[in-house]
Write a protein that binds this ligand. Structure first.
Ligand SMILES: Cc1ncc(C[n+]2csc(CCOP(=O)(O)OP(=O)(O)O)c2C)c(N)n1
Ligand SMILES: [Mg+2]
Length: 372
């Protein structure tokens, strides 16, 4: 036979708790104990309140910019829940839910977006890397961290998060290639939220699924309902098992949606239909989890209403901690970059410490004393 098929494959989609709160017990039973489920649900509600307050902080001029996470909490939260504390979480900027679950103090995220570098000084024992704004760069960091874990034999794996748009970056392909060819324990979690700012996913990827991009690297690929906490936990558990036992990476496409604008600098009404947003509001993970828990008899409306007051109080305290911190040393962003500060940067630092426009900073011996 002169022509034969040399490769056939299929991409599987995992869904356990669907948008109508139908539950596939064959896959989902025992996956998340009831107490944990309540705690995870409560956590999402806290993250929603955090999002709402961060948005208001930006609108009232108390924060530079902020990317709402609303609607796409499950991919990072399910991953953080399914992984262990020795595994790395390597985020972009819409993973608050997973990072807070791991233990990142939420005020650090506020500090980050307020432009305070102390928000990026994360306790190394948390195994969380700082938020990555340059799209796609963090996937290479995850690859390196997984390589180091494998080399040291510490049993850790790295899970990195990125968007649909990031899969068009060269960094994505390099990270995928290295991870597959060097047998590295990486979980690539693509959060396909339909948009890369105003660019729809279908313009980023001509294939029917983003998941299949990983096939070219000989990697196991799977798609899941990214608004289904159970499905995310299941696919991450499977990926983690593959990483730990075979040192093989996995590519996960979690199909989700950002209900808010790209960031506070964006107005999504200019490029996407309200009908699309309404459709996805019906697929909100909060709605289906609540319905499922009530149906199971582990939740009720009274407890649900009580949550509002609790999370308002909790997030008010978080905000106070971020706003009441003593101001940073203005020289910090010079002081920690080099062992010995080059002359040109020293001159910039000294200029900043005076307000002397037009004065030659190299002539300044010491910062000027404040005027009486
Ligand atoms: C290297 C780089 N190019 C461009 C940008 C500007 N930018 C910020 S977010 C974004 C879109 C990212 O889309 P996606 O990866 O789908 O993530 P999402 O914001 O949807 O979660 C772009 C192009 C950037 N931050 N970094
Ligand atoms: Mg996107």
């Amino acid at each position: 036979m002169p022509v034969e098929s040399v490769f056939n494959t299929t991409i599987q989609r995992v869904s356990i708790l669907d948008e109508h709160a139908n539950f596939d017990a064959s896959l989902g039973d025992g996956l998340i104990p009831d107490d944990d489920l309540v705690a995870l649900y409560r956590h999402i509600r806290m993250c929603r309140q955090f999002d709402a307050i961060a948005f208001k902080l930006q609108r009232s001029g108390r924060m530079g910019t902020y990317p709402e996470n609303r609607g796409q909490e499950c991919p990072s939260l399910g991953a953080a829940y399914a992984l262990t504390n020795k595994d790395w979480l390597v985020p972009c900027y819409r993973e608050n839910a997973g990072l807070f679950w791991r233990g990142l103090p939420p005020e650090m995220i506020l500090l980050h977006w307020m432009g305070d570098e102390r928000g990026n000084a994360i306790d190394p024992s948390l195994r969380i890397t700082p938020i990555a704004i340059p799209i796609g760069t963090q996937m290479l960091h995850a690859t390196g961290l997984a390589w180091a874990s494998k080399y040291r034999g510490d049993g850790g794996i790295a899970c990195t998060f990125f968007g649909d748009g990031a899969t068009s970056e060269g960094d994505f392909h390099e990270a995928m290639n290295f991870s597959a060819n060097l047998d590295l324990p990486v979980v690539f979690m693509c959060q396909n939220n339909s948009w890369a700012i105003s660019v729809p996913t279908k313009l980023q990827c001509s294939a029917p699924t983003i998941a299949q991009r990983g096939l070219a690297y000989g990697m196991h690929c799977v798609q899941c309902d990214g608004n289904d906490l159970f499905a995310v936990v299941k696919v991450v558990q499977d990926a983690a098992e593959r990483a730990r036992t075979e040192n093989r990476p996995t590519f996960i496409e979690a199909v989700t949606y950002r209900l808010g604008d790209h960031t506070t600098a964006d107005d999504a009404r200019r490029y996407r239909d309200e009908a699309e947003v309404e459709l996805w509001k019906g697929r909100d993970p909060v709605i289906r989890l609540k319905r499922y828990m009530i149906g199971k008899g582990i939740w009720d409306d009274a407890r649900d209403n009580a949550i509002n007051e609790q999370v308002e109080h909790e997030v008010a305290q978080i905000t106070a901690r971020a706003e009441e911190i003593e101001p940073p040393d203005r020289g910090d962003f010079f002081n920690h970059m080099y062992a010995e500060l080059p002359d040109n940067l020293r001159s910039q630092r000294d200029t900043m410490r005076t307000s002397s426009i037009g004065q030659d900073p190299l002539q300044i011996e010491a910062p000027l004393a404040p005027q009486a």
